[in-house]
Design a protein around this ligand. Structure first.
Ligand code: PXG
Length: 290
């Protein structure tokens, strides 16, 4: 496996960075998780734009411009002969002193890993996922804007651990008002009375690329979509529920907090959206052969 590290493609064993990197010491940095489907990098421009916005928000100067980032991602996929998989693009604050200030840090390390992806088993897409809300609340948007995809995921990791400890694969995270924010690495959607709902970004959700893709697909289906504050009650009494994320794609959710959603099987609209999503990933991105 070849890893992109600051302009070079190096063997995995040689991909090393300083222990003084503030990415390691403080989670100070940004990243993207991107999918590659049949040689097509899904929504690459959207991911690169989000990376640029995350970097800007934390006052991190990206060492590469858009064109250089695009080329680096494509070159890494090609160097690994990857047709389908997962690309992790990471930019750290860079090596500095033992202290919070980023002054004197840098240059930031640019790391790109292109690998296979560990997917949920196909069976879960047929039967649906069961999730549970957890005590750990999503960090308040005024403390850390949820739109920043930073290297600091402890909040989500704690929620994931809490769900796993009680036998669930995914956690539903609430914000400090008790509204639905998102899952640990996925956005949440529900359908009620013919309308698609998802929490607004200020409820504590990441502006998910898959979330955006699903909102566009809903428009194609003439399915009205509203971004509005949702409670657990709204979700418990919904007809359908599903999660969206780069890793999970669109996955039906059939139980929330031990309450069956609808009749406990993936809903027909969810299934239709999954079908459309799976078609769109083959065309909606940057093709490696171009
Ligand atoms: N919320 C959070 C907190 C996320 O980290 C999403 C929502 C979904 O966003 P996208 O843009 O992917 O539709 C994410 C994305 C992983 C992994 O390794 C996690 C994400 C993406 C890729 C891989 O668990 N999170």
């Amino acid at each position: 496996m070849k890893i992109y590290l600051n302009g070079d493609l190096v063997a995995k064993e040689d991909a090393k960075i300083s222990v003084f990197d503030h990415g390691l010491l403080y989670g100070d940095g940004v990243f993207e998780g991107i999918r590659l489907y049949s040689g097509c990098i899904f929504k690459l421009e959207e991911h690169l734009e989000r990376l640029e916005f995350s970097a800007k928000a934390i006052l991190l100067d990206l060492p590469l411009d858009r064109e250089q980032l695009r080329k680096a991602v494509c070159d890494t996929c090609r160097a690994n002969n990857l047709e389908n998989g997962y690309v992790r693009l990471v930019v750290t604050r860079g090596p500095g002193h033992l202290g919070l200030t980023p002054d004197g840090c840098g240059p930031g390390n640019v790391i790109i890993i292109a690998d296979d992806i560990q997917l949920y088993p196909e069976e879960l897409y047929e039967k649906g996922l069961k999730i549970i809300s957890v005590p750990t609340r999503r960090i308040n948007a005024s403390a850390l804007p949820p739109a920043i995809k930073s290297l600091n995921y402890l909040n989500n990791i704690l929620a994931k651990i809490e769900a796993k400890k009680v036998g669930f694969q995914e956690a539903l995270m609430l914000n400090d008002k008790g509204e639905i924010a998102e899952c640990t690495g996925d956005n949440v959607f529900m359908i009620s009375k013919g309308v698609l709902f998802t929490p607004p970004l200020d409820a504590g959700s990441l502006r998910g690329i898959t979330r955006g893709a699903v909102i566009d697909l809903a428009a194609e289906l003439n399915l009205p979509c509203r971004e509005q504050a949702l409670t657990r009650y709204d979700l418990w009494t919904a007809e359908e529920c599903f999660l969206t994320g780069t890793a999970a794609e669109v996955i039906p959710c059939v139980e929330v907090d031990h309450r069956k959603i609808g009749d406990g099987a993936p809903g027909s609209t969810t299934r239709r959206l999954i079908e459309l999503f799976r078609k769109s990933v083959l065309t909606d991105g940057v093709n490696l052969s171009e």
